[in-house]
Design a protein around this ligand. Structure first.
Ligand code: NAD
Length: 253
């Protein structure tokens, strides 16, 4: 690695039009990044000031085309890669269909690997440093019967974070993971809106008694994307209000 970190790095965010992705787009823009959003669904957000491209992270050619389009638009490869696209399927391991299982792993794990691999290869070719941040989940730290495929994919993401961190360490590319708990937006926000009791029960289950806002997750991602770090790699920032610390099944009366 010879080049220094660009002063206005190009940042790509997969699932960039989702709630956490879009909050991250604003957070990274504030740090001076030129931000590119890739998403399967180009929904009606105000994306003025952002590069937007339709991508299916589960498709190798689609991911490669996205990174190519970003590089053509900005003239530089992405130095900051936020691997955020995700889907959830509510199913136990026994009830899951093969299609559900395959799609959940294809987007959340294989798609994450394809995104990180494509971005890292471009940086290595250009001998540039970089930052990769995976958006995992506390569900990858604790078994969830009704989220078997999702939890399995997110647990795999943690090992991918560590493998890639080791592989890329001497290239100046640092790789970390943010693992949120119950976020009051996006994938769980949709359930909370439909069922306010579910939101209340979830909040009550969190040791700190709070749901997390998308902006808080975005701030944590932006922190891990900072070029100021030179030694933070292979780590998981658990942003779950203590959920994953719960081990004792005996409830206090
Ligand atoms: N919301 C939560 O409670 C929560 C908790 C922990 C982790 N996460 C993680 O945060 C990340 C963002 O989720 P969110 O909560 O903002 O949900 P979201 O649904 O708002 O965002 C996810 C985005 O990913 C996009 N996407 C889905 N499949 C894609 C594909 N194949 N290719 C490209 N884009 C695709 C969706 O269109 C969507 O815009 C996910 O990885 C999720 O697992 C969310």
């Amino acid at each position: 690695m010879t080049a220094t970190f660009p002063t206005q790095p190009v940042a790509v965010i997969s699932g960039g039009l989702g709630d956490i992705g879009f909050a991250t787009a604003h957070a990274l823009k504030q740090t001076g990044c030129r931000v590119a959003l890739g998403d399967l669904h180009l929904t009606g957000r105000d994306t003025a000031g952002f590069h937007v491209h339709q991508v299916d992270v589960a498709s190798e050619t689609s991911v490669q085309a996205w990174f190519g389009a970003v590089e053509s638009a900005f003239g530089d490869p992405a130095s900051v890669i936020v691997v955020n696209a995700g889907i959830v399927s509510l199913s136990s391991a026994l009830a899951a269909t093969l299609d559900d299982w395959n799609r959940t792993l294809a987007v959340n794990l294989t798609g994450a690997w394809l995104t990180a691999r494509t971005g890292a290869r471009r940086l290595i070719e250009q001998k540039m440093p970089g930052r990769i941040v995976f958006v995992g989940s506390w569900a990858g730290h604790a078994p969830h019967v009704e989220l078997a495929a999702y939890s399995t994919a997110k647990a795999g993401l943690r090992m991918l974070t560590q493998c890639l961190a080791l592989e890329l360490a001497d290239k100046g590319i640092l790789v970390n993971e943010v693992a949120p708990g119950y976020v009051n937006a996006g994938l769980s926000g949709q359930f909370f809106k439909k069922d306010p009791d579910c939101a209340a029960r979830s909040r009550a289950a969190v040791p700190v008694g709070e749901l997390i806002e998308a902006d808080e997750v975005a701030a944590a991602i932006a922190y891990l994307c900072s070029p100021a770090h030179r030694n933070l790699t292979g780590s998981t920032l658990l942003l779950d209000g203590g959920l994953s610390l719960l081990r004792n099944p005996v409830k206090k009366s």
